[in-house]
Design a protein around this ligand. Structure first.
Ligand code: PMP
Length: 288
């Protein structure tokens, strides 16, 4: 029995189920063949940030992975709002997931059911700072091998391995390269580099174009930053004096160093405290 104190209910296929009873069969297809699609969403003070954008991406991800969803975006949004209220959550992390059921071990058969659940738990409140990165041992797949904009569990196997290696080696996260060796993103966050009022971020055609990334790009431009998207090599990184990552869970996380290998480490002292400035503006925007 999995017990928990975090929330009372999980929404599964249209029903509210108690946390401890929300279980799946061991032959769940998505567990074996790694094609469940999901989202990470946040509520700040009871108000969900960009729910519509997240649900639309969830449905696009399901479409990429050939999973039919029997609920409309509006129904999913309503269920999400109700779940937060029913669990009396205020600052929360919300996880919708769509998966294939346990009706068959075949690689595919139309007999497989399509399921959806939404869970929500209380979330951490402080921004993260002083994060240390290494370079992930594994790279992003070529975009012809897997659709980069599908937020599918398919993509996360090696991200988990990179995160595990990073923690074991004393880092907080890994900077992951694309298949050509350019900087792509972190395990569950996008990345930005800056100098003065200039920001650069990798072109999001080989990894997930995060909703936070897009939000921060617009926000920074409104604050007078010049924001550029380009291919970034590891050699380019020495040109920047601050670095941060963006994502729903990570929000805006300040990076202090990137270890290129056992001997060479780049540091990002952020002399003008630009990351703090962006974090403050972001807090205002999301209602933190
Ligand atoms: N890249 C990956 C691989 C992620 O898992 C996430 C988190 N969803 C992000 C980037 C950031 O996306 P978002 O800002 O939409 O949360």
């Amino acid at each position: 029995m999995i017990t928990n104190e975090l929330a009372d209910f999980i929404w599964i296929n249209g029903k509210s189920v108690s946390w401890n009873e929300s279980q799946v069969h061991i032959l769940t297809h998505s567990l074996h063949y790694s094609a469940a699609v999901f989202e990470g969403i946040r509520a700040y003070q009871g108000k969900i940030f960009k729910l519509k954008e997240h649900t639309d991406r969830l449905l696009r991800s399901a479409q990429y992975m050939g999973i039919e969803v029997h609920y409309t975006a509006e129904q999913i949004n309503e269920a999400t709002e109700n779940l937060i209220a029913k669990n009396r959550l205020f600052d929360a992390y919300i996880r919708p997931l769509i998966w294939r059921g346990a009706e068959s071990m075949n690689i595919y058969t139309p007999k497989l059911s399509n399921n959806i659940m939404i869970a929500a738990v209380p979330s951490r409140n402080e921004f993260t700072t002083k994060l240390k990165l290494n370079i992930g041992k594994w790279r992003k797949p070529n975009p012809l091998a897997m659709p980069p904009q599908a937020k599918s569990s398919t993509h996360y196997g090696m991200q988990v391995v990179c995160q595990r290696d990073a923690l074991q080696q004393g880092y907080d996260d890994s900077l992951i390269l694309d298949d050509e060796g350019f900087v792509a993103e972190c395990t569950v966050a996008n990345v930005f580099f800056g100098k003065g009022n200039k920001l650069v971020t990798p072109i999001a055609d080989r990894f997930l174009n995060g909703i936070t990334r897009q939000t921060v790009m617009t926000m920074a431009a409104n604050l007078g930053f010049a924001v550029e998207e380009s291919r970034i090599s590891l050699e380019d990184l020495a040109n920047y004096d601050y670095c941060f990552i963006t994502g729903t869970a990570r929000e805006i996380g300040g990076i202090v160093s990137i270890s290129l290998n056992d001997v060479k480490e780049l540091s990002f002292p952020d002399p003008e405290k630009k990351v703090e400035l962006l974090q403050a503006e972001f807090a205002e925007l999301v209602g933190k």
